[in-house]
Ligand binder design. Structure first.
Ligand SMILES: N[C@@H](CC(=O)c1ccccc1NC=O)C(=O)O
Length: 305
């Protein structure tokens, strides 16, 4: 096969016009239930309201430092029962590494704490304050922190949305020996994520990020898996790679290909496209116990439910 044909097959985004690439990497432009301009503000409002309710109704510890940096804080929400052996759910918010906050991201606290889970929502230094390398290091340290703080946990489940799914995928590939602790990671929920950062270098999303080709490649879990296939430490925990029907074709491709790459190196990964949902309500609906993704999460963590 000619080299050019091969590279197009492996990097189909390279044949897109600048305008089309920009659209493919603008999630709000693929939403059909409301105007693109309203989508993000509705999303933030829903998250803000869920967070306000969670703080008012669940026992919690807010702004718990997991590192020395000003931005290295997490909120922890507890179930009613007093126990030391609970499953932990850590959520990493999205916002293209430049927007979003833990204070608008406690969507899933109510339905998950109702089943006895402890839910932590982590903050990290978004751009322009933080670089991508720093964000990866921060969320990785937040997992180490949780393991040390709750050594008898019944599993740490990591969930990330969009840019947060990218950060969760980087945690999945982390090498733990230098951290001196092996976190009890039992599952990953990667929701509408980006795993190859190269296509966004030339989009407007890169303005505050200043990603060079090297930065993008070093921080691309897809590329890392292809270049240096990293086998999971046995036994491998499940990885759910989930995308919304109304995510863009490029987002769908990225999820599918990341899931395939994970499977190739031995992870227990599965791909699901959730019908009728978009990049935003796939997370907004986690406030509801009967939501399809809430149920997928609960049945993964509590198989007997
Ligand atoms: N300006 C972006 C916003 C966006 O992508 C976004 C917003 C909130 C939470 C996650 C997002 N996407 C990836 O992190 C858009 O076009 O939708």
């Amino acid at each position: 096969m000619a080299a050019s044909a091969l590279s197009v097959r492996e990097t189909p985004w390279k044949i897109l016009s600048a305008e089309e690439l920009e659209k493919q990497y603008s999630p709000s432009r693929w939403v059909i239930r409301m105007k693109a301009e309203e989508v993000v503000s509705t999303f933030v409002q829903t998250g803000n309201e869920a967070t306000r309710k969670a703080r008012a109704t669940r026992r919690n510890q807010l702004n718990v430092p997991y590192g020395d940096g000003e931005g290295e804080k997490m909120d922890i929400y507890f179930p009613d029962e007093d126990s030391k052996a609970f499953p932990l759910f850590l959520f990493i918010h999205g916002g293209y590494w430049q927007n979003g906050s833990k204070d608008d991201s406690a969507f899933m606290v109510k339905p998950l704490t109702a089943q006895g889970m402890v839910v932590a929502i982590v903050a990290y230094d978004i751009a322009p304050k933080g670089t991508l390398d720093q964000m990866v290091a921060q969320v990785t340290r937040s997992v180490v922190f949780l393991q040390r703080r709750y050594p008898s946990n019944k599993g740490i489940y990591l969930c990330g949305h969009s840019a947060g799914a990218h950060l969760a995928a980087m945690v999945l590939l982390a090498s733990w020996t230098k951290h001196g602790v092996m976190p009890n990671l039992q599952g990953f929920f990667l929701v509408s994520g980006i795993y190859d950062l190269e296509p966004i270098i030339s989009t407007s999303q890169n303005a505050p990020l200043h990603l060079t080709l090297e930065d993008a490649q070093r921080n691309s879990p897809q590329r890392r898996l292809e270049m240096a296939p990293m086998r999971p430490v046995a036994p491998a925990c499940p990885v759910l790679v989930v995308v919304a029907q109304h995510d863009s074709p490029e987002f769908q491709r990225q999820s599918r290909e990341f899931c395939e790459a994970l499977c190739r190196v031995g992870w227990e990964a599965s791909f699901q496209q959730l019908r009728g949902l978009d990049h935003f309500d796939i997370i907004e609906n986690l406030t509801q116990e009967d939501d399809v993704l809430t149920q997928i999460i609960l049945k993964t963590i509590f198989p007997t439910l």
